[in-house]
Design a binder for this molecule. Structure first.
Ligand code: ISL
Ligand code: CA
Length: 596
C-alpha cells in the first residue's frame, strides 16, 4: 500500500455554512455556528469537516463566486472567527478543509475588474477573452453548466469572456503562470492558518483545449473543457508549490470536484505516490445520474438499482490501489438522498440507514453531507416562486423557452433542484428548527418537529438515524477491514433490489503496517487500531420496501460460520436468509490472527 494517510481512516463531514447554524439572528449560518456545534460533530465521530466557501462574495452562486480569496465574508464572520474555529476544531481532533473555487472568480474580484478595465495591465490576460468572430455570433458553441452559453460580451473591453457557470463567474486563464502562482499563494495563506486541505471546485474544468474549438455535434466536452490537456501537470505543479518549505503541518488533502470525469481520468488524477499525485481523491458523479433520463438532470426517472450496482462496481474496480475513492450520497448540489433513493414516507429510518450502510462501508472515505445523518428530506417545493438557486431558476426558464409549459417544467426541476438539499439544518423541534433565532434565509423543511438532531440524539431514542450513523462510523473506525479491506460486489439478478459486497483484508494489507505521520495534535483517542479485529466483512442491504431472499452461495451465506452480526437497522432478530424492507446487515468474520 502506498503510504497511509489520515483520510484513509476517518470520515469527512460536509458543511454548507449558510444553512448549518446561525448565531447572530440574521437567518444565515455562520462560522461561530460551526464552532458551537463541534461537540456534535465529535460525537458523530468524524475526522474532518469540509465547509463550502465562506470568502467574500456577491453570493450570485451562494459563495461559489469569490471576490477575495483571503478573507471571510461578513455574512459568515471574520478571520478571527475562522482562527477560533480552527483552534477549537483542532482541540477536538477535527481537521478543517476549505472549498477553493479556482476555475473562476466573481466578476467583482479585483483581478477581473482590472482585466476588464486594462487589457494591457497586470491582469489583462488572467481571464479567457476572445474577439467577436467577424462572421458574428459567439467565439465558439460551448454551453455552460447553468443552461447558458459560455460567453458574455464585455462592452468595456469590446471582447467576449468565457464562463462555464454564471456570467458573474468568469473563468480564470490557467495558461498564465502568474495566475497559477497567485492561486498557490491563496492555498498557502490558508494552510499557514492551519487548514488541512481543500476541496477543489470543478477542478477538472481548468484546462481548455488549445484554440477553444467548437464541439462537433453530439460530442461530449471531454478533452475540450473537461479533463483538458494540461490539468494534470498544473495540479502537480500546484501540489509542489503548496508543499514547498512546509514543516510539521501534516499531509495536505486535495479532493477534486470533477463533474463529467471518466474512470480512466479519475485514475490518472489519483494514481501515483503522495508527492506526484495530482489529487488524493475525486468526487465522482455517475452514481448520481442513475435516475436521469436522456435529458439529463432535468429529466428524472425511477432509480435503477442495477445501474447503481454497476456504477459502484466499476468505480471500485478502477480506483484500486494506489487510487482511493470518495464515498458520498448527496451534497449541496443534489436532492436529499432519502427522498431520492430511499422511502421518506413509510421507511425513512430504515432507508436512510440502509443507504448509509451500502455506501459508507465501501472502500474509500465517507463524505457525509450535513443533515443526511438525521435523514433530512427534500423540501416540499410547490411553486416556481420558491426556488432560490440560480441553477434551478435557469433550468426552469430554459425548459420553458424550449416550449414546455411552466407547470411541467417545474415538475421536472422540483425533484433535483439544489434548494432541496440547502434548507436549514434541523437542530431541534423549536421554532425555525433551532437553526436561528431570527428568520431563516430559506424556510426549514416543515417536517422538522419530528426529524431533528435533538429528538434523534436523545438517550434511547427509537428509530434514530443519528445513533445509527454514530455506530456505523465507530464500527468503521474499529475495524481495519472496513477501512482498508478490498471490495468485491456480490452478483445478483438484474432485477434484484439487493446490494451486497464483501470487504477483505488480505489483498490490501499494508506490509509495513506503518501509518504516515499526519500531525501530532490529532491523537484524539478515537483513532483506529491496526493489527487486530476481523479480517472479513459481508454487507447486505435491501434497497426496497419488500421482503427479499438472499441468494444462496458465497455472499448469501452471510460470511459462513463464525460470522457475527456487527450492525443492523432492525432491533428484532430476523430470519437468516431473508432481508426485511430496507434492512441492512453487516457481518464480521474471523478475528485477525485468531482461529478463523
Ligand atoms: O451538480 C451539478 C451537476 O450534477 C451541478 O449542479 C454543479 O454545478 C456542478 O457539479 C459544479 O458544482 C460546483 O461548482 C459550481 C457551484 O455552483 C456548485 O455549488 C459547486 O459545487 C460553480 O462553482
Ligand atoms: Ca448569521
Amino acid at each position: 500500500m502506498t503510504g497511509q494517510s489520515w483520510w484513509h481512516d476517518g470520515a469527512i463531514y460536509h458543511i454548507y455554512p449558510r444553512s448549518f447554524h446561525d448565531t447572530n439572528g440574521d437567518g444565515l449560518g455562520d462560522l461561530r455556528g460551526i464552532t458551537g456545534k463541534l461537540p456534535y460533530l465529535q460525537d458523530l465521530g468524524v475526522e474532518a469537516i469540509w465547509m463550502g466557501p465562506v470568502f467574500p462574495s456577491p453570493q450570485v452562486d451562494n459563495g461559489y463566486d469569490i471576490s477575495d480569496y483571503c478573507d471571510i465574508d461578513p455574512l459568515f464572520g471574520t478571520l478571527a472567527d475562522m482562527d477560533e474555529l480552527l483552534e477549537a476544531a483542532h482541540g477536538r481532533g477535527i481537521r478543517v478543509l476549505l472549498d477553493l473555487v479556482f476555475n473562476h472568480t466573481s466578476d467583482q474580484h479585483p483581478w477581473f475588474v482590472s482585466s476588464r478595465e486594462d487589457p494591457r495591465g497586470p491582469c489583462g490576460d488572467w481571464y479567457i477573452w476572445r474577439d467577436a468572430p467577424p462572421e458574428g455570433g459567439l467565439p465558439n458553441n460551448w454551453r455552460g453548466f447553468f443552461s447558458l452559453p459560455a460567453w458574455t460580451w464585455c462592452p468595456r473591453r469590446g471582447q467576449y469572456y468565457l464562463h462555464l457557470f454564471a456570467a458573474q463567474q468568469p473563468d480564470l486563464n490557467w495558461e498564465n503562470p502568474a495566475v497559477r502562482d497567485a492561486l498557490a499563494g491563496v492555498a498557502r495563506f490558508w494552510l499557514d492558518r492551519g487548514v488541512a486541505g481543500f476541496r477543489m471546485d470543478v477542478i477538472n474544468l481548468i484546462s481548455k483545449r488549445q484554440g477553444l474549438p467548437s464541439l462537433p455535434p453530439g460530442e461530449s466536452p471531454g478533452g475540450y473543457f473537461i479533463d483538458g490537456p494540461e490539468v494534470l501537470p498544473w495540479l502537480r505543479e500546484f501540489r509542489q508549490a503548496i508543499s514547498r518549505g512546509r514543516q510539521n503541518g501534516g499531509e495536505i488533502l486535495l479532493v477534486g470536484e470533477t463533474p463529467g470525469i471518466s474512470p480512466e481520468a479519475a485514475r490518472a488524477y489519483t494514481g501515483g505516490g503522495p508527492e506526484d499525485r495530482a489529487l488524493d481523491m475525486v468526487l465522482l458523479f455517475d452514481h448520481l445520474a442513475v435516475d436521469h433520463g436522456p435529458g439529463g438532470r432535468w429529466d428524472p426517472r425511477p432509480l435503477r438499482i442495477s445501474a447503481l450496482r454497476q456504477v459502484t462496481a466499476r468505480w471500485q474496480e478502477v480506483l484500486q490501489e494506489p487510487s482511493w475513492p470518495s464515498l458520498y450520497l448527496s451534497n449541496h448540489d443534489q436532492p436529499r438522498v432519502v427522498s431520492r433513493f430511499g422511502d421518506p414516507r413509510e421507511f425513512r429510518y430504515e432507508s436512510a440507514t440502509a443507504l448509509a450502510t451500502a455506501f459508507y462501508l465501501q472502500r474509500g472515505t465517507p463524505i457525509i453531507y450535513q443533515g443526511d445523518e438525521i435523514a433530512m428530506a427534500n423540501y416540499p417545493l410547490t411553486s416556481p416562486g420558491e426556488l432560490q438557486d440560480i441553477e434551478s431558476i435557469n433550468a426552469l426558464e430554459a425548459l420553458c423557452a424550449g416550449g414546455m409549459d411552466r407547470a411541467s417544467a417545474f415538475e421536472r426541476v422540483r425533484h433535483e433542484a439544489r434548494d432541496n438539499g440547502r434548507t436549514p439544518f434541523q437542530w431541534s423541534p423549536e421554532e425555525q428548527a433551532g437553526f436561528t433565532r431570527g428568520e431563516a434565509w430559506f424556510p426549514p423543511n416543515p417536517d422538522y418537529p419530528r426529524w431533528n438532531a435533538q429528538v434523534q440524539g436523545a438517550e434511547g431514542a427509537r428509530g434514530s438515524v443519528l445513533a445509527f450513523f454514530r455506530r456505523l462510523l465507530a464500527l468503521r473506525r474499529e475495524c481495519e477491514v472496513l477501512r482498508r479491506g478490498g471490495f468485491s460486489l456480490f452478483p445478483v439478478d438484474e432485477e434484484s433490489p439487493l446490494f451486497g459486497f464483501s470487504r477483505d483484508l488480505a489483498p490490501c494489507r499494508d506490509p509495513g503496517g506503518e501509518r504516515a505521520q499526519s500531525g501530532e495534535r490529532f491523537q484524539s483517542g478515537q483513532g483506529p487500531q491496526s493489527g487486530q479485529g476481523p479480517e472479513g466483512a459481508v454487507i447486505w442491504v435491501n434497497l426496497s420496501g419488500s421482503q427479499e431472499e438472499l441468494p444462496s452461495g458465497a455472499g448469501g451465506d452471510l460470511a459462513g460460520e463464525g460470522a457475527t452480526l456487527a450492525l443492523g437497522n432492525y432491533s428484532a432478530p430476523g430470519e437468516r436468509g431473508v432481508l426485511r424492507p430496507w434492512e441492512a446487515r453487516v457481518y464480521l468474520r474471523g478475528p485477525r490472527g485468531g482461529a478463523s
